[in-house]
Ligand binder design. Structure first.
Ligand code: SF4
Length: 223
């Protein structure tokens, strides 16, 4: 199954260019990207952006500033994003680690080799596999596939794995991909879009799906 070229053909050149341009802006400031992913947990994109903007209005987002800001001010900013007390505490702890271990310079973490960096990110409170892999892919340009709910559903339905464990899903998908940063970025964003528009959770549009001939779910249900 040629996932990359199938998606390129399906979405066309405009989408491809749009996605690559968009990806360049995801990690202009890696620490802000991490803060954004912490805020985004258990909430939607609109609430995340609102809370992030609110935080940015109140402080310049840096590890030292978050550490120095009274927690109630951070909580106030994050209120619209839910779980604001937990998220504020996590941001404080992460900031303290960055200040203590890297002199407050978050970019220094990128001096670690990618797998060591992944382990370090996973050790931070509130940072799971998806967040760590987003940082690795979009900030370090290291080809690793962050798996979100859409990607997970598509990979599972296709039958690339029978496991629902993050690492199994990621590994089973990566077996089909060339180790290229640009291709990983495109496939990551294209599969999310594909999951929103075609392989939706309810009533997937199998009749127009480019993966139908290779899909275990389709054959189990309609074959
Ligand atoms: S055939 Fe249906 S279930 Fe399978 S990947 Fe396509 S849309 Fe999803």
């Amino acid at each position: 199954m040629d996932i990359y070229n199938s998606l390129r053909r399906f979405f066309g050149e405009d989408f491809y260019r749009k996605v690559l341009n968009f990806s360049k802006n995801i990690c202009i400031n890696p620490f802000e990207t991490l803060v954004g992913t912490i805020i985004s947990q258990n909430t939607n994109r609109r609430n995340t952006l609102k809370a992030f903007k609110e935080l940015k209005k109140n402080i310049v987002i840096s590890p030292q500033n978050i550490l120095d800001t009274p927690i109630y001010l951070i909580e106030e900013s994050l209120k619209g994003a839910g779980l604001y007390r937990i998220k504020s505490r996590r941001l404080k702890i992460i900031s303290k680690i960055i200040v203590d271990e890297f002199g407050g310079d978050f970019n220094k973490i990128f001096e670690m080799d990618p797998m060591k960096l992944r382990k370090f990110l996973l050790s931070l409170p509130g940072v799971g596999y998806k967040t760590a892999d987003i940082i690795l892919l979009f900030c370090l340009k290291y080809p690793i596939m962050p798996v979100d709910t859409h990607i997970s559903r598509i990979v599972y339905r296709l039958g690339l794995t029978s496991s629902k464990i993050y690492e199994d899903i990621r590994n089973s998908l990566e077996k089909y991909l060339d180790k290229s940063y640009e291709k990983y970025v495109f496939i990551h964003l294209a599969l999310i879009e594909y999951g929103r528009k075609i392989c939706m959770k309810r009533r997937p549009k199998c009749d127009i799906c480019i993966f139908r001939d290779d899909c275990r779910w389709y054959f189990q249900n309609y074959g």
